[in-house]
Design a protein around this ligand. Structure first.
Ligand SMILES: *Cc1c(COP(=O)(O)O)cnc(C)c1O
Length: 421
């Protein structure tokens, strides 16, 4: 594959024939439109169902049926250790040690739990920095957190905005804002990729800047996990949370992911809200007084492993193991660049790509702002069996996920724009 694209369909066919990851497309179920599989560019909202999920769920249902309580220690995958099974794959995907990662609850719940551990406001250091226009759930979480501490969101929350007339934030401006608030800043909490613009932040430099003023750096990786490889441990990120139903294909409401840097994870004194599942295994079943957390990210587990919403993620992660996150990213960069190239061959369309041009500042998604006919274009795509997402006032988000999207899929999207608009 190369960056030299052309507008003929032969290019798409050739690229698909040369793509060593193309075989994964057959390992997913696609919704149908007029009897045909749709083209699916909505994996940034809900990933497709891997074919392996149904038998994997059946396995756990059988264990439950046949072993009942015995399933915790017997069966193919004893439930007592269910969370452990996902750690090796997730550690590779987010770039950390296995002891720094766990699965539990869902994203916003985990964001609350981790912020409660890491946000320790004092009279002088109490501000949380986030991006303006963050995903609503993140805004609600931060707003209610500061109120929980009796603080006023108007003074405790610093929202960073792009410069006037711009859509994306410059790393230099984020760092300057961190320096400006300095000693009053308790925490920086950004979405690793902004869900709307598709901008990928430089988490390493932002973490360094936060640490330079002794603030905590945490990230919501909902749009990053399974999309862009990360190095959370090496970057020194303090904590991160993500959901598993977007690029990770874990299914609706799948168990969420959590990363806690080992510096805090191994320290049983790190504050947290506890429950029996996070307690040291040696004493968990003694039912004694006194919470002793596991000396790893599992020390944040509160309740018993949620086997039935973890099994689908477990099955989905096997494909990431097989494909490799770095190879997926290499294909993803090509696919998205190809989409961008084809869009630029449509001079009659009035639109703006609000996602950064630089491949290092974006993941799979491109957000297209159509100044006119946005809704009409969206509806035509859906009618043609191409699933994309629409947000007012005219933004179509297109996310070619490399596990199940092809160059031919991207070409089909372009062809509809070319022939009908
Ligand atoms: C998808 C998404 C969520 C959803 O949170 P849930 O708790 O899983 O419903 C939250 N934040 C961001 C940034 C997201 O992209």
């Amino acid at each position: 594959m190369s960056h030299v694209f052309t507008t003929d369909i032969e290019f798409a066919k050739r690229s698909d024939a040369l793509d060593e990851l193309a075989r994964f497309k057959q390992q997913f179920h696609f919704p149908k439109k007029n009897g045909k599989d749709v083209i699916y560019f909505c994996g940034n909202s809900l990933g497709l169902q891997p074919v392996s999920v149904e038998p994997a769920i059946q396995t756990e249902l059988n264990t439950w049926k046949e072993e009942a309580i015995g399933g915790f220690t017997k069966g193919k995958n004893p439930w007592l250790y269910y969370q452990e099974y996902l750690k090796p794959s997730l550690a590779k995907i987010v770039g950390c040690k296995e002891d720094e990662v766990t699965v539990m609850n869902t994203l916003t719940v985990n964001l609350h739990l981790l912020m409660l551990s890491f946000y320790r406001p004092t009279d002088t250091r109490f501000k949380i920095m986030m991006e303006a226009g963050a995903f609503p759930s993140d805004q609600y979480a931060v707003e209610t957190l500061v109120r929980h501490f009796g603080l006023d969101p108007a003074t405790a929350i610093i929202e960073i905005k792009p410069k006037d007339g711009e859509k994306i934030l410059h790393t230099e401006d984020i760092i300057a804002a961190i320096e400006l608030h300095g000693e009053s800043l308790a925490m920086v909490m950004l979405g690793g990729i902004n869900y709307y613009t598709g901008q990928l932040f430089d988490m390493q430099r932002i973490t360094e800047a936060a640490h330079d003023v002794n603030a905590i750096a945490g990230f919501d990786l909902a749009h990053v996990a399974g999309n862009v490889p990360l190095h959370l441990h090496d970057w020194g990120v303090d904590f991160a949370v993500w959901c598993s139903y977007k690029y990770l294909n874990g299914g609706p409401g799948a168990v969420g992911g959590v990363y806690v840097n080992e510096y805090f994870a191994s320290d049983v004194r790190t504050p947290r809200l506890g429950g029996w599942w996070g307690n040291d295994e040696k004493t968990r079943f003694k039912m004694e007084k006194g919470f002793i957390p596991k000396p790893n990210a599992g020390g944040w587990n509160i309740s018993t492993a949620q086997v039935l919403n973890t099994v689908s993620l477990k099955a989905a992660l096997e494909m990431f193991e097989e494909a490799g996150i770095e190879k997926l990213r290499a294909k993803s960069i090509q696919l998205t660049a190809y989409l961008e190239y084809l869009l630029h061959q449509l001079p009659n369309l009035k639109f703006e790509i609000i996602t950064p041009v630089d491949a290092g500042s974006r993941g799979a998604q491109l957000s297209l702002y159509f100044k006119e006919r946005g809704k009409e274009i969206h509806d035509k795509m859906i009618e043609s069996g191409i699933i994309v997402d629409y947000r007012e006032p005219g933004v179509i988000r297109v996310a070619p996920a490399p596990l199940y999207c092809s160059f031919g899929d991207v070409y089909a999207f372009y062809e509809i724009l070319k022939n009908h608009f």
